[in-house]
Design a protein around this ligand. Structure first.
Ligand SMILES: C[S@@+](CC[C@H](N)C(=O)[O-])C[C@H]1O[C@@H](n2cnc3c(N)ncnc32)[C@H](O)[C@@H]1O
Length: 248
C-alpha cells in the first residue's frame, strides 16, 4: 500500500510531479488535510527544541509556516523561514506569526550570513534535495559553531514499503519527486560538513495518530501503518570549530 504524508493512500501509479509543480498544487490544501506524520513529528520534536526565545532560528523548507507558528507560540522572535515554493510561502504569509519572516530561496543557496544561525530545522524536505551534499555544506556555512540542527523526513523503510510524498486533489493523486537515501548516507553527508550526531530516531505512528486515521475513515489501515518506521529524525550539532576549519 502506498501512502502519502497525508493519511490518504495513493494509487500505485499516481501523477508524478516535480517539486515546483507539486507544491504549487498542494499549497492550497496542505494545511487543511489532517496529516498523521506531521502530528507524530510535532509530538517528538517540540520538546527537544528547548528554550527558543532568544535563538536565531532557521526553518529550512518552511512550507506553509507550520514550524514558524509553533516557534512563535513558544516565544521565538528571531526565526526565519525559507522555501522555494512561492505558493507555499503565500499560505505562510497569511499567518500572523510567519508573515514578515519568510524568504523565497533554495535551501542549497541560502541568502544568510555565515555562522548566523543557532538552531535550524528541516522538516519533511530532505528527500526533495537532489544534492544533499550541497545542502549540508550550506547549512554548515550558516550555522554558528555549536548550533543544533534537527532534520526529519519520511523514513527510508517507509519508502521501501511503498509510502510516497504526495496528496490528492480534485483531479489526481499526485506524487512529488523525491530522492531516497539510507540513514547512513545522510549521516555521512552531514558528518562530512562539521556536524556530529546527537541522536537519531525512527518514529512509528502511535495512538494519537490513530484518531487521525479514524476521522479520515481509514481506521482499518492504522494497525499495518503503525508497523512501519514512519519518520527518520536526526539531531546534529555543529562542531565548535569555525567554518574556516572545514573549508581548508
Ligand atoms: C512536505 S513540505 C514540508 C513543509 C514544512 N517543512 C512542513 O513540515 O510542514 C516540503 C517543502 O520543501 C520545499 N522544498 C523542496 N525543495 C526545496 C529546496 N531545494 N529549497 C527550498 N525549499 C524546498 C517545498 O517547496 C515544500 O514547501
Amino acid at each position: 500500500m502506498a501512502m502519502a504524508p497525508q493519511e490518504i493512500p495513493i494509487p500505485s501509479e499516481p501523477y508524478l510531479s516535480n517539486v515546483a509543480e507539486g507544491y504549487e498544487r498542494w499549497a492550497r490544501t496542505y494545511d487543511r488535510c489532517p496529516n498523521p506524520l506531521l502530528a507524530r513529528e510535532e509530538r517528538y520534536l517540540l520538546p527537544l527544541l528547548g528554550d527558543v526565545r532568544k535563538k536565531r532560528i532557521l526553518d529550512l523548507a518552511c512550507g506553509t509556516g507550520r514550524w514558524l507558528e509553533k516557534l512563535a507560540a513558544q516565544g521565538s522572535q528571531l526565526c526565519m523561514g525559507v522555501d522555494c515554493s512561492a505558493a507555499m510561502l503565500g499560505i505562510a504569509a497569511g499567518k500572523r506569526s510567519a508573515a514578515g519572516r519568510l524568504t523565497h530561496a533554495y535551501c542549497e543557496a541560502l541568502p544568510f550570513a555565515s555562522e548566523a544561525v543557532e538552531l535550524a530545522i528541516c522538516s519533511f524536505a530532505l528527500g526533495h534535495f537532489a544534492n544533499l551534499d550541497t545542502f549540508a555544506a550550506e547549512v554548515s556555512r550558516v550555522s554558528k559553531p555549536g548550533a543544533d540542527l534537527f532534520l526529519t523526513d519520511l523514513h527510508p523503510e517507509a519508502y521501501n514499503n511503498g509510502w510516497r510524498v504526495g496528496f490528492r486533489d480534485e483531479n489526481d493523486a499526485v506524487e512529488i519527486e523525491t530522492h531516497t537515501r539510507t540513514a547512513d548516507e545522510s549521516l555521512a553527508t552531514f558528518s562530512s560538513h562539521g556536524f556530529s550526531l546527537v541522536t537519531t530516531e525512527s518514529l512509528r505512528l502511535e495512538a494519537p495518530e490513530q484518531i487521525i486515521f479514524a476521522r479520515a475513515g481509514r481506521a482499518d489501515r492504522f494497525a499495518s501503518a503503525a508497523q512501519v518506521p514512519a519518520i527518520i529524525a536526526f539531531h546534529f550539532r555543529r562542531s565548535q570549530l569555525s567554518n574556516e576549519f572545514w573549508e581548508t
